[in-house]
Design a protein around this ligand. Structure first.
Ligand SMILES: Cc1ncc(C[n+]2csc(CCOP(=O)(O)OP(=O)(O)O)c2C)c(N)n1
Ligand SMILES: [Mg+2]
Length: 354
């Protein structure tokens, strides 16, 4: 099977034909909300209100927003530690996210984990497995189940460049290729795995690895939310039509340290300056401004939502210690994952909903 590599330079700078004006604004809003919530969570961390450490996806907002936006309600997502916008696209409320970081009873895991290791199963997201890249195996397994049951839906997982060096990454890629499974792998290449730069991680272009497993690899500008959307939409469509998996390599930059404790002095300043000029939110804001949207009003409305979410999360109680062992192991029959929100207008059109 031929490997197609769509270079970002070849992607149209304007929206794909599959996005309406409202979709393009929604993409910007999800990215702004991710950034606003993570900035707020960082402040709460410095105030000692977020236990453990704190991870963010500053500068990578387009990868999770764009890919999640292309997925249908009945699809299933494995969301990683720099992909907050995916949770938001699926319908997880902002206050539950901040409650999660602060370990509150109203957080997604009810205080079982006060960190990025979460997923709201009621909206089709699997709770994040911290061992990297085990979400690759989980997504592949879900896709195997869809195929065996004859269900028309797709699994998607994100993972980092560093995660691709582990054995389970290759096992998942191989099995997905052999079985032609309906799964989309979104590789978030943010130039570093903790302090290790790309050139010390692998000797080939990551996107080319897909060819070894018999399916296409697509290179996309990870700071262009519409390009990420379009690559994911096409990969999902291929999967639904029985074409099997796709590896999407989204090139981006981790603009903050690995976590709050990391001052990333190992990252050259010039590299950061290069990527700062290519901020994904600035890019989408410029496009959306061209559509006549009041960007400042949009920013103000997102800021107000972050303020409201902060107030609500701070008002959430800590979990009752006597419940600490509840909901840790599965007791009785496992409840199936629910469907999430699929805000893309393309789904609304096909389903006839508003
Ligand atoms: C098997 C395993 N080893 C180490 C870790 C600790 N760890 C968490 S994130 C991370 C960096 C992973 O780099 P990458 O896959 O590139 O993702 P990024 O953090 O850059 O988004 C490490 C080493 C882990 N979670 N799992
Ligand atoms: Mg990385």
């Amino acid at each position: 099977m031929a490997t197609s590599m769509a270079r970002s330079a070849a992607m149209p700078r304007s929206a794909t034909e599959h996005l309406t004006r409202n979709d393009r604004v929604a993409l910007l809003r999800f990215m702004l909300l991710m950034r606003g919530l993570e900035e707020r969570a960082g402040s709460l961390y410095r105030q000692g209100k977020v236990p453990g450490s704190f991870y963010d996806g500053f500068g990578q907002e387009a990868v999770s927003a764009g890919a999640a936006f292309a997925m249908a309600a009945e699809d299933r997502l494995c969301v990683l530690h720099r992909d907050l916008a995916a949770h938001l696209v699926r319908g997880v409320a902002a206050d539950r996210v901040l409650g999660q970081y602060m370990g509150r009873a109203g957080g997604v895991t009810g205080g079982r984990d006060g960190n990025v290791h979460f997923g709201d199963r009621t909206v089709g997201c699997v709770g994040m497995v911290s061992m990297l890249p085990d979400m690759m195996v989980v997504a592949t397994g879900m896709a195997m189940a869809f195929k065996l049951r004859g269900e028309r839906r797709v699994a998607l997982t994100w993972m980092g460049d560093g995660a691709s060096s582990r054995g389970d990454w290759h096992e998942a890629m191989n099995w997905a290729g052999v079985q032609r499974l309906p799964v989309v792998f979104v590789l978030e290449n943010n130039q570093y795995a903790y302090s290790t730069p790309l050139q010390k991680q692998f000797a080939v272009a990551l996107v080319r690895r897909a060819e070894s497993y018999g399916f296409p690899g697509v290179l996309v500008d990870g700071n262009d939310v519409e390009a990420v959307f379009e690559a994911t939409r096409a990969a999902r469509q291929r999967a639904l039509e029985g074409g099997g998996p796709t590896l999407i390599e989204a090139t981006t930059m981790r603009m903050h340290g690995h976590a709050a404790h990391d001052d990333m002095r190992y990252v050259p300043r010039e590299l950061l300056a290069h990527w700062e000029a290519r901020d994904p939110i600035d890019l989408q804001a410029a496009r959306v401004a061209e559509l006549g949207v009041d960007i400042e009003a949009l920013r103000a409305s997102v800021a107000a939502e972050v303020d409201r979410a902060t107030e609500a999360a701070l008002a959430m109680p800590m979990p009752d210690p006597s419940t600490a062992t509840e909901g840790v192991f599965c007791e009785g029959d496992a409840e199936p994952l629910g469907d999430g929100r699929a805000p893309w207008s393309g789904f609304h059109t096909t389903r006839g909903a508003a």
